[in-house]
Design a protein around this ligand. Structure first.
Ligand code: ADP
Ligand code: MG
Length: 674
């Protein structure tokens, strides 16, 4: 019944409206009932005329003492009316709605909602919404649903039509089991669909929202957890049964581990004992010390007599890891090799031979690691740095090499709600503590009038040997425009601002070896000032760089600004982040001042999500953030409650054999959810 196509007779409308609905993706009764309001107007409280307040929306019921159509000098139609109740009279004015004169007469009862305004010295209600008094009000005097409109389909029209078929909401079959509804005190699906449109009161609306939000998140979590449990069931693995005495490694370190590092290393080592491979994502701010976690895992893998691989997104990062890991692990006699594109054929061949024979304990490299021809003798651990740069496909390639443990490191903190939604199929570790003694990076929003002073100060710092990043604004519309803008800025800086310093340009259109070469020059101090587009984001370590200047800062998200800022403050020198912005909007100012106030990437990610919402922060399509209609990703408690329910269902019934209705929906939704 609810899958029946909409037709003009059922909706008592003209045929072309059916086509217009179709253009909005609504073609069945089900679709129309699942077309939820975008927001609501709370108009439950009626006011009397003598109690009405100016500049507020008032709902008032009375009788028309008069109603006339007139023409303005500009030739428009104006309808003037006088409303009266027991307490007084109120003039009303509408424009371009002459039909009102046909609908209402002198003496008609009417309900009006609108704002009171002074117009030509008189208090009056301008262009109020109107409805006849009735047992069920749809457009006024209730919690009024407001729908996403198209150019031709208005919210008012939708209210009438949805209300006319609302009884069919009863036909929605509830797919959640009775015990779960009971346990969570959830409203039934059919009631929720009814009340999301025309709620009796706030309590019913809240319960309806709770139920529908629950469902949205529930299916996402079921799918994620199903993947997680299937990974465990299908991907057999022999536990690394070794004596996990990590002590020799820990005591060899030149520093004390932070509490967070100790905790996460524990989580990783526990994973090694499981009969299925680890699938763990570690999130930690830039500089929180993720490398040593990888090193601890690699150490354990070596103790167990197996090989490890570490993959980084760029050659320069791979080389940096190589240098650091050789330092951390060479006391334990590991044979560590580098595999990157620029190696000579002979050198590559040598590494490949060592990998296949098992003499190499750890290979560090770029995508070269997942090229054909790379064979391992006994691979047990793969570490992926900056995992958001690798797709699931690449992850699966490693799976073919004997189901190794997979550890991803990400320097992009995201709110936990987001992590559970997007990476809900992985175990999550949070490295939320920086090593002691880290300097605060001084962050300042610089007004345009101080630009000259800032340049003079920067030039002085360069004279003292410091290095500088200058990031140019994001141009979302086109990479070509962005390239043009950054090139222009680069020339301006070279010629007019810093003629005595050595500048270099970095942008996304450069080939990756060209980029690497520029980064190397900067890292080696051959370049003083690096002018770039947002490509500078990925984690290169230049301890001598102490100034980050960001142009058009309001165009970047907080997470990205935080990433940029993390490029400095890595050495002994006090570091600075300067933000320029030509936007005066309140939102932009508020966001940039968050950068001044907060230094934790996790805090900034939360704030960004709160202020801008998931779609804008993470870009719904690219990041796998689902398009949530009702649920909010700002409510961690609720999400954890939903996840716990999903876990309860799926932990011992992975294929949901006891819940065929749910399984059917998952099958239907799988495409939309992944
Ligand atoms: P990231 O999380 O950005 O990858 P790294 O692993 O590169 O961070 O660590 C940043 C710096 O902090 C390195 O120089 C590393 O040696 C140092 N470091 C890591 N852990 C600690 C610690 N517990 N105490 C002091 N310094 C540490
Ligand atoms: Mg790192």
């Amino acid at each position: 019944m609810i899958d029946q196509r909409l037709d003009a007779r059922l909706l008592k409308t003209r045929e072309n409206y059916i086509g217009k609905l179709k253009d909005m993706g609504i073609s069945s009764i089900r679709d129309l009932l699942l077309y939820f309001p975008r927001t609501y107007r709370d108009e439950q409280d009626f006011t009397r005329i003598n109690e009405m307040k100016t500049d507020e929306v008032n709902v008032v019921q009375g009788k028309l003492k008069s109603i006339v159509n007139m023409r303005t000098r500009a030739g428009k139609t104006m309808t003037r009316a006088m409303l009266a109740d027991e307490t007084g009279e109120l003039p009303i004015m509408w424009f371009n709605q002459p039909h009102l004169k046909q609908m209402f007469f002198k003496g008609s009862s009417i309900i009006l909602t609108g704002k009171l305004k002074y117009e030509r010295g008189r208090l009056m209600m301008m262009s109020p919404k109107y409805e006849r008094p009735a047992k069920t009000l749809l457009h006024t005097g209730r919690i009024v649903p407001v729908y996403p409109e198209s150019e031709e389909i208005t919210s008012k029209w939708l209210r009438t039509k949805i209300h006319s078929i609302l009884a069919l909401a009863k036909k929605f079959d509830d797919y959640l089991p009775e015990w779960l509804l009971q346990q969570e005190a959830l409203m039934s699906l059919s009631d929720a669909i009814y009340h999301i449109h025309f709620a009796k009161d706030e309590e019913h609306l809240n319960k309806a929202r709770e139920r529908l939000a629950f469902d949205e998140l529930f299916f996402i979590q079921l799918l994620a957890l199903q993947k997680k449990y299937l990974w465990r069931l299908e991907t057999e693995n022999v536990p690394l049964e070794i004596d996990f005495d990590i002590e020799p490694f820990v005591s060899s370190l030149p520093f004390e581990l932070t509490g967070a590092q100790t905790r996460v290393i524990g989580e990783i080592l526990d994973d090694f004992m499981n009969p299925y491979p680890m699938l763990r994502l570690v999130q930690g701010d830039v500089g929180s010390g993720k490398t040593v976690l990888a090193a601890a895992g690699i150490y354990a893998s070596k103790v167990a007599g197996s090989q490890s691989a570490l993959m980084a997104p760029t050659e320069i990062l791979a080389r940096q890891h190589y240098k650091n890991l050789v330092k951390l692990l060479s006391p334990f006699g590991l044979n560590i090799q580098l595999l990157v594109g620029s190696l000579s054929q002979g050198a590559k061949h040598d590494v490949l031979t060592q990998l296949a024979s098992g003499t190499c304990d750890l290979v560090i490299g770029t995508q070269a690691l997942i090229q054909e021809g790379v064979e391992f003798s006994n691979l047990k651990l793969v570490v992926v740095d900056e995992q958001h740069r690798f797709g699931v496909k690449q992850r699966n390639i490693f799976k073919m090499h004997g189901n190794p443990h997979m550890l991803s490191l990400s320097a992009t903190p995201i709110p936990r709600t987001m992590a559970l939604t997007v990476y809900g199929d992985q175990d999550l570790s949070i490295l939320d503590e920086l090593p002691p003694g880290r300097q605060e990076i001084v962050t300042r929003i610089i007004p345009e009038s101080k630009r000259g002073d800032a340049y003079i100060w920067i030039s002085d710092q360069v004279g003292k040997g410091r290095q500088v990043f200058i990031v140019c604004p994001l141009v979302e519309e086109s990479e070509t425009l962005e390239l043009k803008a950054v090139t222009k800025e680069y020339c301006r800086l070279c010629e007019d601002v810093f003629p005595d310093h050595k500048l270099a340009l970095l942008h996304g259109r450069m080939k990756s070896d060209e980029k690497d070469e520029v980064m190397r020059q900067f890292a080696d101090g051959e370049v003083d000032i690096l002018v770039s587009t947002s490509v500078v984001e990925v984690g290169i370590d230049v301890p001598n760089a102490s100034i980050m200047l960001i142009e058009g800062a309001d165009r970047f998200g907080l997470a990205q600004l935080h990433q940029f800022r993390g490029r400095v403050g890595r050495g002994e020198h006090q570091s600075y982040c300067f933000l320029f912005s030509d936007s005066n909007s309140d939102g932009a100012r508020k966001r940039l001042s968050c950068m001044q106030k907060h230094s934790s990437g996790f805090d900034l990610a939360e704030l960004d999500l709160e202020m801008r919402g998931p779609g804008e922060v993470y870009g719904v399509k690219q990041s796998g953030v689902p398009d949530l209609k009702i649920a909010s990703l700002n409510d961690l408690k609720f999400l954890e409650r939903v996840r716990a329910c999903a876990d309860k269902l799926i932990a011992d019934d992975v294929m949901l054999e006891n819940y065929p209705k749910i399984m059917n929906i998952i099958k239907e939704k799988e495409d939309a959810l992944t």
